[in-house]
Every structure is written in structure tokens, then in C-alpha cells.
Design a protein around this ligand. Structure first.
Ligand SMILES: [Zn+2]
Length: 378
């Protein structure tokens, strides 16, 4: 169902003008007023009341740049897109920051040092103050010239701007206020124990495909699980399938999530079916480009996962064609000239959330999930 975003404002529960027009006696009117005031005082807050957590999925053409802004106005940017193109990606991130009303980035998290994730950092830092950097530590792919250059630029920027830096370890919680940000993966290491509420046995591990270890920066991705009230949001950067299987087999260490930021732009080496079965997202959002990511195997794994309701894409995938793209209203940038449209998710702690497509100007609302059974059931 499509609908416009809720106003987030309590609707008047008492129509004074209508009351004045009725023929009630003075006494009846006072009684009615008393009851009405009582009912206002007792009324449960509307589900979407209050400021939401906002998440902007910035279109960086098959890289990543995802901006989280908490109800208190604290910000976390996960990755900075590509460099060059006259600062295209930095400009698009700045446009999202402006919409979110923030004047600085409290945290910038680099999932890894590939150019489509960390390449845009210097151009971005020239436009907005950054309070704290978060990363997985050393570049582990020094022989890849483009990646090494990104890493060296980052090192220079840390010194030049005197940036604070956290090297995050799997299992730690990041110091973001208002949202719990748990580090799931970092520099190739993964959480060792199941998260609270998780720990069931995953289905299909015995027959799951075996994946060879990935030796690129992708497998080093700094991945986080964000918990906001009842909602769980998973962003693992470009984490590869060999690591995904370790996270859910034989024991599901993550449990089910509500919102899944599709790993690696929906590329071939991520999004294993056994992993998607285990995390069972309700909604998936893929930061693919028209010719980057969005491959049929990733698309199928998401679509076949047991609880998925909708699959949103930043771009129509050329490779996916008619059979492996979601319907038009869930795509920010259809085939054709690129407009840099974004997707935006607004989430409330009670589990309500909605997704807004900046191209269609339509939002879709999602009600809280029924209480989930043990994660092992998925
Ligand atoms: Zn990437």
C-alpha cells in the first residue's frame, strides 16, 4: 500500500468549533470538556509520534554512502562514495545532510578502503566538519593501487585535520547515542557469541555452498547492526559470503533483522542464500548502480528469504533485466539518465517505519512486526 508520510503530529482529538455549535447545556459542555481532556491525557501516543531515526540512502552509483541521523540529531555516515566526478558524491551526501538539518558529521565509518566506499572522503571533509572517524584498521590490500591510494589519502587527512579515530573491533558497541551500534565484523574477525535473542540453529547449513576465503578488503568490512527501539538494521558493507556463512552456521549469531542494507551492492560474492534465510529481513535496500551490483543471484537470495516484504533498489539493474528487478515504484533511479535520486527510511522506536522514494515522492509505511520467534526458526 502506498501512502504519504504520516505528519508525525498529534491530530486534534477534540473539535472546539463543533462543540460550540451543539445544543448541549452549559453543564453538559463542561462535563464533555472534562471527559475530553481526560481522554487526551490518557490517550496512548500515536505510533509515529516523535522524531524518527532517519536514514538516507544516497545514490553514489554503486558505491555506498548511508547517512543515519538519530532523533537527537546525532549523525553517522557509513562510507563516502567515490572520488572525483567534480565531487558528485560529496555533493550528494551534503544534500542529504542539509535535508537532515545537520551541520557536522559526528561519526564517519569507513567499512573498508575500496574506492567506492572511502574514495569520496577527502572531498567530503572539505565541505563539512567530521568529529570522529571509525574504521577496521590497516589497509589489507596494499597491492591494489587504487585502494592503497585511498588509504594513504585517509592517513594524510587524519593528520591534517587532526581527526579523532576509533579502530573498531568485532563485538564492541560504538559510542553513538540514541541507537545501539554493535560491530559485527571488522578486519576479518566476527562476533564470537550470538547476540541477545539469537543463537538458534540455522536451516540449510549442512547443504549450504562452501565459499572460498576472500582475501580482499571486502572480507575485512566493518559491519554494524543498529538497534533502534524494536528495530534491527543490518549494514555489513561488502562482507563476502565466506564470512556470512560463519555468522549464521551452524548457529545463527545475528538473529532476524527488520531492515537489511544489501551487502556489496548485491554483487556475486555476497548474499548467500543460507545467510539471507537466517537473517530473514522484512525489507531490503540495495545500493547498486545500473551496471554495478544487482546481480540475479543476490536478488534471488533476498527475494526468496522467508519474511521479505519489499526489496528497494537505488538503481534499476541492467544485468537483472525484467526478471531480476523490483517493481518501478521501489526503484529510485530507473533506466535512463541518472538523476541521483535517494531513498529515505524513517524509523520509530515502536517498530513503525516507512520508506520514501525521492523520485516518486511516495512513501510506504510498515507496521511493527509480530513478535519474532527464536531466530533459529528462520
Ligand atoms: Zn563496494
Amino acid at each position: 500500500m502506498q501512502r504519504t508520510p504520516p505528519a508525525g503530529i498529534r491530530q486534534p482529538t477534540f473539535g472546539w468549533d463543533r462543540v460550540a455549535a451543539t445544543a448541549f447545556s452549559h453543564w453538559a459542555l463542561l462535563t464533555l470538556m472534562g471527559c475530553a481532556l481526560l481522554s487526551v491525557a490518557k490517550a496512548a501516543p500515536r505510533p509515529e509520534e516523535g522524531k524518527p531515526l532517519q536514514i538516507y540512502f544516497v545514490d553514489v552509483e554503486g558505491g555506498q554512502a548511508t547517512l543515519f541521523v538519530t532523533p537527537e540529531g546525532k549523525s553517522l555516515l557509513v562510507d563516502t562514495g567515490w572520488p572525483d566526478s567534480n565531487g558528485r558524491d560529496a555533493d550528494r551526501i551534503m544534500a542529504a545532510a542539509k535535508l537532515a538539518g545537520i551541520k557536522q558529521l559526528d561519526f564517519v565509518l569507513l567499512t573498508h578502503y575500496h574506492i567506492d566506499h572511502a574514495g569520496g572522503l577527502t572531498q567530503l571533509a572539505a565541505q563539512i566538519p567530521i568529529e570522529m572517524m571509525i574504521d577496521h584498521g590497516e589497509n589489507r590490500e596494499p597491492k591494489n593501487a587504487a585502494t592503497e591510494e585511498v588509504w594513504e589519502e585517509y592517513q594524510k587527512l587524519l593528520v591534517k585535520e587532526k581527526l579523532n579515530r576509533i579502530v573498531a573491533k568485532a563485538g564492541e558497541t560504538l559510542p553513538l547515542e540514541g541507537v545501539e551500534a554493535r560491530v559485527i565484523s571488522s578486519d576479518g574477525a566476527l562476533i564470537e557469541k550470538p547476540l541477545g535473542g539469537a543463537g538458534g540453529k540455522s536451516e540449510g547449513c549442512d547443504v549450504a555452498k562452501q565459499y572460498r576465503p576472500d582475501h580482499t578488503e571486502n572480507a575485512r568490512s566493518l559491519g554494524v547492526l543498529l538497534t533502534f527501539g524494536k528495530l534491527r538494521i543490518l549494514d555489513l558493507g561488502d562482507l563476502t559470503s565466506d564470512k556470512e556463512v560463519q555468522l549464521v552456521c551452524p548457529v545463527n549469531k545475528l538473529g532476524a533483522v527488520d531492515i537489511y542494507i544489501v551487502s556489496h551492492h548485491g554483487s556475486l560474492t555476497s548474499n548467500s542464500p543460507v545467510f539471507l534465510n537466517a537473517i530473514a529481513p522484512r525489507v531490503a535496500i540495495m545500493d547498486n548502480g545500473s551496471a554495478k551490483g544487482g546481480v540475479p543471484s543476490s536478488w534471488d537470495a533476498v527475494k526468496k528469504s522467508p519474511r521479505v516484504e519489499d526489496f528497494w533498489q537505488l538503481h534499476y539493474s541492467d544485468e537483472g533485466g525484467a526478471a531480476h528487478n523490483t517493481e518501478d515504484s521501489f526503484i529510485a533511479n530507473p533506466a535512463g539518465p541518472d538523476a541521483g535520486n535517494y531513498l529515505k527510511l524513517s524509523a520509530w522506536p515502536d517498530g513503525n517505519f516507512e520508506l520514501f522514494n525521492s523520485r516518486t515522492k511516495q512513501a510506504k509505511h510498515y507496521s511493527p512486526a509480530n513478535e519474532m520467534k527464536s531466530s533459529g526458526d528462520f
